[in-house]
Design a protein around this ligand. Structure first.
Ligand code: NAD
Ligand code: GLY
Length: 366
């Protein structure tokens, strides 16, 4: 899509609606950041990897404003309340007020942390997402979930706080490590599985182009993923119902991430394996057939995502899954596949079917 005009979507949330702009080399459009970051006082939150690569280009677009930058250490294991204090310290030291804007420049870890800081600082200031991973561009930068991890579970401390805009520069994906690109593809596949069988078929035919960083294919993947997420979030912002569909694979995945130690498994990798387990359970319950479950496994394999679970044990996996935010009145609700392209959220499944799925994947072989 070299030279093509950026794509623009809108997420409709009344007076909290905002645009998602998707394009190549958006960071070189000096008017774009200035247009979407209305505040005079700006704190750019980034990390030690992304900052050196991209903050100068972002800052050029914020010329004339009073801008401070805070660089956090890189990695999921730093997504903690302790590290978040550095963002609050920077805001206070710069004497920023309620009219300040926090700009998140980075992947989902930075986006979630900067967004949570913006939700809390002086009870809420504006923030803008500038996501630089595929995962953040298709998922975490959109929809307003922000937060940090707790040793007892992923993202247990957080808030809903919508950004004012999401500016997704596809060109930043060129420097992304291939493993991170693959992890982002897991979330793209998720949208096809829960909502759009035609999109899933398109991903199957485009997976090689996506892995080769074909910009047209990436633009299409980010656009369709954001369209699906924007529609679901607009209908159920606070996850009282259908938004939980976006968590396909996440309940199993969070257990893997927590058991392995944050950062060992990438979030997208854990979600990929979680989707495999969700497909396994959906097959056991008779929703999908063996060919469908094999199709899910084959696409994940072609995308270079894990299809073998770590041997954490079924009991430990179930215990960790019990910390999931989808537990309602003691009942663990899961996102399953009613068919390819149609997810369901249900707590109505026999416990022994879940046990069979967990034992089939998480047990140490005898
Ligand atoms: P990440 O933020 O850790 O980024 C992955 C790695 O890529 C990091 O090392 C980062 O420094 C590096 N990086 C980022 N952009 C780069 C670039 N353009 N070039 C080179 N390196 C780059 O991981 P992620 O996969 O983006 O996000 C995962 C996080 O997102 C998890 O904490 C997960 O819980 C969260 N998440 C949140 C939501 C939500 O709705 N808020 C949804 C999905 C995931
Ligand atoms: N990533 C899940 C959600 O935004 O709801």
């Amino acid at each position: 899509m070299t030279g093509r005009a950026p794509l623009k979507l809108q997420i409709d949330l009344g007076d909290r609606s905002y645009p998602i702009v998707i394009g190549q080399d958006l960071l070189d459009d000096v008017e774009l950041a200035a247009h979407h970051v209305a505040a005079r006082d700006v704190l750019v939150v980034t990390n030690e990897t992304v900052g050196p690569l991209y903050s100068a280009r972002l800052l050029a677009g914020l010329a004339g404003k009073r801008v401070r930058t805070v660089e956090l250490p890189d990695g999921e294991r730093h997504k903690t309340l302790t590290v978040l204090e550095r963002v609050f310290d920077a805001l206070v030291e710069a004497r920023m007020n309620r009219d300040a804007c926090v700009v998140a420049l980075g992947g989902g870890v930075i986006g979630d942390m900067a967004g949570f800081a913006a939700a809390c600082y002086q009870r809420g200031v504006d923030f803008v997402q500038v996501p630089t991973t595929l995962l953040a561009q298709v998922d975490s930068a959109v929809g307003g979930k922000t937060g940090v991890n707790h040793p007892g579970g992923k993202n247990l401390i957080g808030a809903f706080h919508q950004p004012r805009a999401v500016l997704s520069d596809l060109g930043t994906l060129r420097t992304l490590p291939p493993r991170e690109l693959r992890a982002g593809l897991a979330e793209v596949i998720k949208y096809g599985l829960i909502d759009d069988a035609a999109f899933l078929a398109w991903i199957e035919s485009s997976v090689d182009a996506l892995l080769a960083l074909d910009m047209d294919a990436l633009a299409q993947a980010v656009r369709r993923s954001c369209e699906i997420k924007a529609r679901i979030v607009a209908a159920d912002e606070r996850e009282h119902g259908q938004r939980a569909l976006l968590n396909l694979g996440h309940t199993f995945g969070h257990a893997i991430e927590t058991a392995a130690g944050y950062g060992e498994w990438l979030h997208g990798e854990a979600v990929a394996l979680g989707m495999l387990l969700a497909a396994d359970l959906s097959q056991r319950l008779g929703y999908i057939d063996t060919a469908d479950a094999t199709r899910v496994r084959e696409l994940l394999r072609r995308a270079g995502l894990p299809i073998e679970a770590p041997a954490i044990g079924a009991a430990r996996a179930l215990e960790l899954m019990g910390m999931d935010k989808k537990v309602l009145q003691g009942r663990l609700r899961l996102v399953l596949l009613r068919e390819i392209g149609a997810g369901i959220v249900t707590g109505d499944y026999p416990a022994d079917a879940l046990q069979a799925t967990l034992r089939g994947h998480f047990e140490v072989p005898a």
